[in-house]
Design a protein around this ligand. Structure first.
Ligand code: HEM
Length: 513
């Protein structure tokens, strides 16, 4: 035998053994749900039920939406699916979903996102926090969004909306088509900076371009396609050993530095602003005693890194989700002229009663606006999946199925919102689905754009207010239609965890005199 053939022989044998081992391993992995006696969607090697995602044919959100719809079509209450070889428990029955999110939350308290304090300080934010520390911090933060604080914020939002309209006017005079998401992101960055940090970021005036640029890093790095895959598939211990980082160094340094300056500046101020920054700084103060969530112990003060991580998540979560929701709403209003006209009429009628002033009380009277936003978040829940990790073994009530500790659970709000049983003709944009009468016909947890239960979005109120103020400003000033540049039908970006439109949303705006 020549040495070349021996070499070939070794390589072929190696690959044969490797293939055989992998096939056997996959067979073992893919028997997980069968052995548990749970219905499952037939997986294929190597990506399980996630081939379309891994081959770049659909987003994370659409993958789980479609699996949900498939399970529902089969008439099952829940099913097992596989993300590569990893088993994922997928409830689709409303009662089971309610239990996981709300009544049996204690078994499903964590999002299961990777955290490594030492190499990734900004990853220690509340969304990623777990257990006792999460409970403590979570119990302290809702007072940043009370009705009284929102009233004050609405005044700031209105001021910034004037700057927003000035910028839009400039764009409208010089352009036929407006890339609306870019301006809305600047509007929400300026609003959040001002309301939560007392900082005038002036991104609408193009004064702080690095902030705009670095702000996108959260969604492009931490919640990117690659990090989703790695964090879902590789055990946390191994990621820590490998010093895996969710954030890029430049963005991390930029924000740590920015929050350091804000902190230092606040310490020189004598007047309290009573905003989110003051609240978090107070929690850093080691000279004070902070009660824990139960009220019978004390809570350790926040370190600077923890302070910065919370500032960061509130900034990021607030600007991107709200500007995307506004963008999707304007896209639908541009495509549905009668809805737009009806909404503008409501805005004008209500404001007439309030001397043309967009006050807190006036906005509260705008019922149709509420319905339009509800329907936008039904069709485009910008945060489209409610992932959970099982923290202690759980027997699904009424079944013999046990969800084991550390299992990955996927509740897809995008799937629920496209379920024809709750929302017939789900592609249709129809705010009438959200009249009080129609809402009452649907079960609890059939509309969950902000999640539900103890992990429900902390900034829901703030988000809804900035969405409203932005939409009111635009609709009072412009007729909105879709530009010829707009690529139809609108599709979701295939990368990233959150919903974003593929390409830009291009609008044509015509000034109303
Ligand atoms: C349209 C706007 C928004 C939507 C659709 C949205 C949606 C969500 C969703 C689905 C979750 C996860 C809930 C769960 O796992 O059950 C979440 C969590 C969170 N959101 Fe929002 N959000 C929005 C705006 C905001 C704003 C404006 C802020 C901050 C001011 C914010 C801060 C947070 C935080 C801190 C969490 C983590 C809560 C925790 O884990 O305890 N969100 N949001």
């Amino acid at each position: 035998m020549s040495p070349f053939t021996t070499y070939q022989y070794i390589i072929t044998t190696f690959f044969l053994i490797l293939t055989l081992t992998l096939v056997l391993l996959y067979k073992k992995w893919f028997s997980y749900w069968k052995d548990k006696g749970l219905n499952y969607i037939e997986p294929t090697i190597p990506f399980g039920n996630a081939s379309r995602f891994f081959l770049g044919q659909c987003s994370w959100a659409n993958l789980f939406r479609d699996l949900y719809l498939e399970v529902r079509k089969k008439g099952w209450k829940h099913a097992g699916v596989y993300f590569c070889g990893k088993p994922v428990y997928m409830p689709v029955d409303n009662e089971i979903i309610k239990r996981i999110l709300v009544s049996d939350f204690i078994h499903f308290a964590n999002h299961g996102v990777f955290v490594d304090k030492s190499s990734d300080p900004l990853s220690t934010h509340i969304f990623n926090m777990e257990g006792y520390r999460w409970k403590n911090i979570r119990s302290k933060l809702p007072i940043a969004f009370t009705a009284a604080k929102m009233r004050r914020n609405v005044i700031i939002m209105n001021e910034i909306s004037k700057e927003f309209i000035k910028e839009l006017d400039k764009e409208v005079n010089s352009n036929n088509s407006i890339n609306i998401k870019d301006l809305l992101s600047r509007f929400t960055i300026d609003v959040v900076s001002s309301c939560s940090m007392g900082m005038k970021s002036n991104t609408l005036k193009h004064e702080n371009e690095t902030l705009v640029e670095q702000s996108t890093s959260f969604f492009e790095d931490q919640w990117s396609r690659t990090s989703n895959i790695l964090v879902t598939l590789i055990p946390r211990k191994i990621l820590v050993m490998l010093h895996f980082k969710l954030f890029n160094k430049r963005a991390s340094n930029f924000f740590l530095n920015m929050f350091k300056q804000i902190k230092d500046h606040r310490l020189t101020e004598t007047v309290k602003r009573n905003d989110l920054t003051d609240l978090l700084l107070d929690l850093c103060d080691g000279t004070k005693e902070h009660k824990d969530y139960a009220g019978d112990g004390t809570m350790e003060p926040l370190s600077f890194d923890e302070f910065a991580a919370q500032m960061y998540v509130f900034f990021e979560a607030a600007f991107e989700t709200s500007s995307s929701t506004q963008t999707f709403a304007l896209y639908e209003l541009g495509a549905n002229k009668e809805v737009q006209d009806r909404l503008r009429n409501e805005i004008e009628e209500v404001l007439k009663k309030h001397n043309g002033q967009v006050t807190y009380e006036a906005v509260c009277e705008m019922e149709y606006l509420e319905r339009v936003i509800d329907e936008t978040l039904r069709k485009y829940p910008v945060f489209p999946s409610l992932a959970r990790i099982c923290t202690k073994d759980y027997v699904v009530p009424g079944t013999d199925v046990t969800i084991e500790k550390d299992s990955f659970v996927m509740i897809t709000n995008l799937g629920i919102h496209y379920d024809p049983e709750y929302y017939p003709d789900p592609m249709k944009f129809d705010p009438e689905r959200f009249t009080a009468e129609n809402k009452a016909k649907r079960p609890y947890c059939s509309y969950v754009p902000f999640g539900e239960g103890p992990r429900i979005c902390l900034g829901k109120r703030f988000g809804l207010w900035q969405i409203k103020i932005g939409l009111i400003s635009i609709l009072r000033n412009y007729e909105v239609s879709l530009s010829d540049k707009m690529q139809l039908p609108l599709a979701f970006k295939k990368t990233g965890l959150i919903l974003r439109a593929e390409g830009s949303v291009w609008l044509h705006l015509e000034k109303i005199n």
